[in-house]
Design a protein around this ligand. Sequence first.
Ligand SMILES: CC(C)(COP(=O)(O)OP(=O)(O)OC[C@H]1O[C@@H](n2cnc3c(N)ncnc32)[C@H](O)[C@@H]1OP(=O)(O)O)[C@@H](O)C(=O)NCCC(=O)NCCS
Length: 317
Amino acid sequence: MYNYTPWTVAGYEERRRAKIAAERAEPRMATPVISFLGPSGLEGFKRGLPREEQPVTVPLEFLDAMEVREKVFVDEQGVPIENEFDREDPRSCHWVAYASVRKIIQHEEKDKDGNVIVPRKSETRCTPIGTIRLVPFPHWDPHPTKGAKYWGGLTEEEIAGQKVEKPVKTDIRYFVDRKTSFHDGQEPYVKLGRLAVIPEYRGGRVASLLVKTALKWMCENPNRFDPSVKAKGLERLCAIDGKPPLWMGLVCVHAQEKVVEVWKRWGFEIDEEMGIWHEEGIPHVGMFQRLDFGEKPILLKQDRIPQEISPPSSTIF
Ligand SMILES: CC(C)(COP(=O)(O)OP(=O)(O)OC[C@H]1O[C@@H](n2cnc3c(N)ncnc32)[C@H](O)[C@@H]1OP(=O)(O)O)[C@@H](O)C(=O)NCCC(=O)NCCS
């Protein structure tokens, strides 16, 4: 039934008090703003150190992305802090969602006659609340082994010093991988990952906004990671049937098993052949989708951005 509150001074005062109480309990949030950071090298980034101790050369967006990732993956999910930053970060694209949060920093005070003696003050801060990253091809590692347990990218066998068979890599890391349900083992694919939204902002479609922004960016930049055949030569690129490895819209996700349903909402399907494996103690499955960006545009020489960014030399893997 329609709930009518009469417009009386008493009613107004009641609503005003309720609004102030709600604002005290929970800061307000406007629509998040998304910021993009392309592959940046992250020279000098020191894993595990607080942001105040990072060199000024490290882009702020990356420090913000790490702030969110540490809150979610390290504090909430128990991933060791030294494994949260990895060798993919310097060569990846990162998106960060920021919320404009208005907080009351001083409450209004009145004297006994109802006169305001201390006015209410508020401030608006831009806070990082979510992030996602896109790892371009070629990939350092083959598809995970079914049933394996990885810590910091290494299997328990590798950590124990046992020799493990891996696909042979060339100097530029194009290699033939094992076939899965969606991947023929050779086609270049990009990988979305490190999707995180801090707990207070969940359920507000922040993750949806991040994933959709990243997928749209890929459709608008389908040549972004294609290698320059002219610079590298077909042979060094391990061309398949004389064709250079070009990205044709294949996107992979290593999804935490408990959020598979969420990734399905954005068009990803489980790759049954990839099975289940553990990363940092958390069960993961492989998921793929193919983006349709129409005809592959032919880039002019000056449009091409072919560099691969190597991990920073200060980083030990
Ligand atoms: C998973 C996570 C990123 C979702 O963030 P979020 O901002 O709350 O997600 P959204 O609000 O955009 O939700 C997107 C959709 O998924 C649904 N959804 C969100 N979390 C869900 C969950 N845990 N289980 C099932 N459905 C879920 C939402 O209802 C929404 O569906 P709708 O569009 O039909 O309404 C967030 O919970 C998180 O950071 N979790 C911890 C880190 C993590 O697991 N990351 C994924 C690594 S693969």
